[in-house]
Design a protein around this ligand. Structure first.
Ligand code: FAD
Length: 262
């Protein structure tokens, strides 16, 4: 089973104070600590477990800058065999369709049975997996929280609104967007990362992938971010300030005062 997992390098919410930038059009990205998108970690773990059981190879791919190589190495330390970095100045300011266009061209260079994405990443759009499947004309399942191999098909579980569970049969090759909780991603230690430190990771540019410059990046973006801000507080809303402990104490006091806690 050949599995390609799309992984994105994202700001680590646990390590950063996220603030708006001075232009007010994005978060301030200087000096942030980055890590792999949480959903993608679950996808990689699932792919590794499937290959352990059924044979094959897990390849991880990311679209990003040179520093994005670190997330590929992290996922390779988990057990993915190969990494692919896709990087080009022409990809900057791509919208979701641009990212899916780039990933499509990577998929077409290989021979994959399953292409996995996370259900969503930091921008929260949850758009790349579905767009990629449509562009590749492949069957697609979203919010996947269970995968069983059934001959030349898969039985996939989907998390449905209200906590209900749905099971689907899906033909291969297919695209799956993986939901958190599908497994318990393994711990990656420094030793594991050192082990893959010298593994060569090929890097592809727009021209390597035969991508027209107006199909990706700012030139290809048909969705343009025009503003980014914190919404005004609604009536009755209150932002709790302070350390996590102080916020918890204030919240308990408020819940008690309103009769929610005895
Ligand atoms: C400086 C900057 C400018 C931007 N400008 C725009 C803009 O003008 N218009 C606009 O629409 N968006 C813009 N974006 C947002 C950006 O294009 C989003 O990252 C993209 O739309 C994907 O959305 P998402 O992160 O919500 O991914 P989702 O669709 O939520 O991600 C789902 C899954 O897709 C895969 N995936 C997503 N991104 C990647 C990646 N880079 N490499 C590999 N796999 C990936 C992962 O598996 C992920 O779990 C900008 C981002 C930045 C940093």
């Amino acid at each position: 089973m050949e599995i390609l997992v799309c992984v994105k390098r994202v700001p680590d919410n646990e390590e950063n104070e996220i603030e708006l930038n001075s232009d007010g059009n994005d978060i301030e990205r200087d000096d942030l600590v980055y890590s792999v998108n949480e959903w993608d970690n679950y996808a990689v773990e699932e792919a590794i477990q499937m290959v352990d059981e059924h044979g094959g190879t897990v390849t991880v791919v990311t679209v990003g800058d040179e520093e994005s190589e670190e997330v590929l190495r992290r996922e390779m330390a988990m057990g993915a065999e190969k990494g692919i970095l896709v990087s080009d100045d022409a990809f900057e300011n791509s919208d979701g369709k641009g990212i899916a266009t780039i990933l499509k061209s990577v998929v077409e260079k290989g021979n994959y049975d399953i292409i996995m994405t996370g259900a969503q990443a930091d921008a929260g759009a949850a758009e790349v997996g579905g767009m990629l499947a449509a562009m590749l004309d492949l069957p697609y399942a979203s919010l996947v929280n269970k995968i069983d191999v059934a001959g030349d098909k898969l039985n996939v579980g989907r998390e449905v609104e209200g906590g209900d569970q749905e099971m689907n049969e899906i033909e291969l090759p297919c695209v799956l967007s993986i939901q958190t909780g599908i497994n318990e991603p393994r711990y990656v230690g420094i030793r594991g990362i050192r082990k893959v430190a010298s593994v060569e990771i090929p890097s592809f540019s727009a021209s390597d992938l035969g991508l027209a410059s107006d199909s990706v990046g700012e030139a290809g973006a048909q969705v343009k971010k025009v503003d980014y801000f914190l919404p005004d507080l609604g009536d009755g809303a209150e932002m709790l300030e302070g350390s996590t402990e102080e916020i918890i104490d204030k919240l308990i006091e408020m819940l008690k005062a309103k009769g929610g806690l005895q």
